[in-house]
Design a binder for this molecule. Structure first.
Ligand SMILES: [Zn+2]
Length: 467
């Protein structure tokens, strides 16, 4: 009896110990990942993932609010505002032991989940996670980000670490960081230009040793016809372009960019990639829109899904595409049937039985975003097409008019054409397997047939001449 009590007491202590060990996990009111903004399936949207850095367990609710505010602030400026519906956003909340981030010059070191630090590489506001100049271990910083993304959101497109520190700072790169300084929304938009679209800094201030590679918005080229954003430069704008009140609104070639006061050029006198609080210039906006469409197609689905539909009967067929939609307009849809452009501009097309000729019929749809924000798109990011080939077999001279449903569930078929040995009307639920509904003797002209019993959920009917 005594021994039994001892075992029980030990067991209780063990359970308590286990419960204490588990309590930090159990105290999460929700799983680490939560949805901030949902506009569609992850496979069809651009997925922004926010991660918490320097938030203690008690501060994770605040992190989720900060992530929501950051998502909204990123998507309220052009060009993102017009494409808000193209984005999803998620928050992955992981707790740090301490709040904030490291400030090495003042001796402040915080025990945080991703080991972020200000003053990276000698620049006060450069806020990074390892590997960096202070900690070369990938596993201490970016490795943890990668592990969380693999576990919770492998379809990530943009990653933002929200650092719970009010000091001014941030960084671009594959995993961008933003702090909670009052300028954080603007810093985040600027860093997004780097991370999302590979835009360069349009700063004139020197940064010795900075790589010499040009970005979409920086160049050393001064020949007007060779400047990569020449589509935006009006003929009357001088190249290079002197800064001043007359050229303030112009796109041209302004000296001072890419951390060089001379010899490097930017598209506009002011731009968010040069000065916080201003808009992205036209060239940066164009690059951002193309970056959106490099991740998301103008066609996101189609029906039928197969490219080759074999039809032996002249029954009507419908074709459909799924497209994303900007906030204020639809994408431009053009249908072409056997080489002729149709007037239909919707996402659905019905080709009537009479239109389908014996042989191969080609149905093509082109979907384009004709936004004025993009003038040059050599990679054709803003356009997709889809082609179906519908083969109507030779000898299928029988024509089946659209069946009429009777009130009692039976169906009336009108068939015209020539079938010297007779024919059958067949039905299918999937266009793959066909079942006989009605058989008929020889035909030369037209005939009306009523089937006795109609099976459920049929999608297509065809006539087959008896050989
Ligand atoms: Zn710019």
């Amino acid at each position: 009896m005594h021994a039994r009590e001892s075992i029980t007491a030990f067991g209780t202590k063990l359970l308590l110990a286990v419960a204490l060990l588990l309590s930090p996990v159990c105290s999460w009111a929700q799983p680490p990942i939560s949805t901030v903004l949902s506009n569609g399936p992850t496979g069809k949207r651009i997925n922004i993932v926010f991660l918490s850095e320097g938030y203690t367990a008690d501060e994770l609710e605040q992190f989720r609010r900060d992530a929501t505010n950051t998502a909204n602030s990123l998507l309220t400026v052009a060009p993102f505002d017009g494409y808000r519906g193209y984005f999803n956003a998620y928050a992955i909340a992981v707790a740090s032991v301490e709040s904030g981030s490291d400030h090495p010059s003042t001796g402040i070191a915080r025990n945080t989940y991703f080991k972020s630090t200000y003053e990276s590489y000698g620049t006060a506001q450069l806020l990074t996670i390892p590997p960096n100049n202070r900690d070369s271990s990938y596993a201490n910083g970016q490795g943890k980000v990668t592990a969380l993304l693999n576990q919770f959101m492998p379809e990530w497109d943009v990653v933002v670490l929200v650092v719970n520190d009010t000091e001014y700072g941030g960084a671009g790169g594959q995993f961008m960081t933003v702090s909670k300084h009052a300028s954080a929304p603007e810093i985040a938009r600027h860093e997004l230009g780097h991370s999302f679209a590979g835009l360069g800094d349009e700063y004139s201030t020197p940064y010795p040793g900075y790589p010499n590679s040009e970005e979409p918005n920086t160049t050393r080229e001064t020949n007007r016809n060779a400047v990569k954003w020449k589509a935006w430069i009006d003929p009357e704008t001088p190249v290079p372009t002197p800064a001043g009140s007359t050229t303030a609104a112009s796109v041209g070639l302004f000296e001072g960019a890419h951390y060089n006061a001379t010899g490097w050029y930017r598209p506009k006198n002011s731009c968010k990639m040069r000065t916080l609080g201003t808009t992205y210039c036209e060239v940066c906006q164009e690059t951002l829109v193309k970056s959106i469409y490099s991740r998301i197609g103008t066609i996101q689905g189609q029906a039928p899904t197969s490219l080759l539909a074999n039809l032996v009967a002249a029954s009507s067929r419908s074709f459909q595409v799924e497209t994303p939609a900007p906030q204020d307009r639809s994408l431009k849809v053009r249908w072409t049937f056997n080489g002729t452009q149709l007037t239909n501009t919707t996402t659905n097309l019905l080709i009537g039985a009479a239109q389908l000729a014996v042989g191969t019929n080609t149905i093509r749809v082109d979907v384009t975003d004709d936004t004025t924000m993009v003038r040059s798109d050599p990679s054709d990011y803003l356009h997709d097409s889809q082609t179906w080939k519908v083969v109507v077999a030779p000898g299928a001279q029988l024509r089946l008019l659209a069946p009429t449903l009777l009130g009692d569930g039976r169906m009336v078929f009108n068939v015209s054409g020539r079938a010297p040995s007779g024919f059958q009307i067949q039905a299918s639920a999937n266009f793959a397997t066909w079942t006989n509904l009605v058989s008929s003797g020889p035909l030369d002209g037209s005939i009306t047939l009523t089937n006795p019993l109609l099976p459920g959920s049929l999608v297509g009917f065809r006539t087959i001449a008896t050989q």
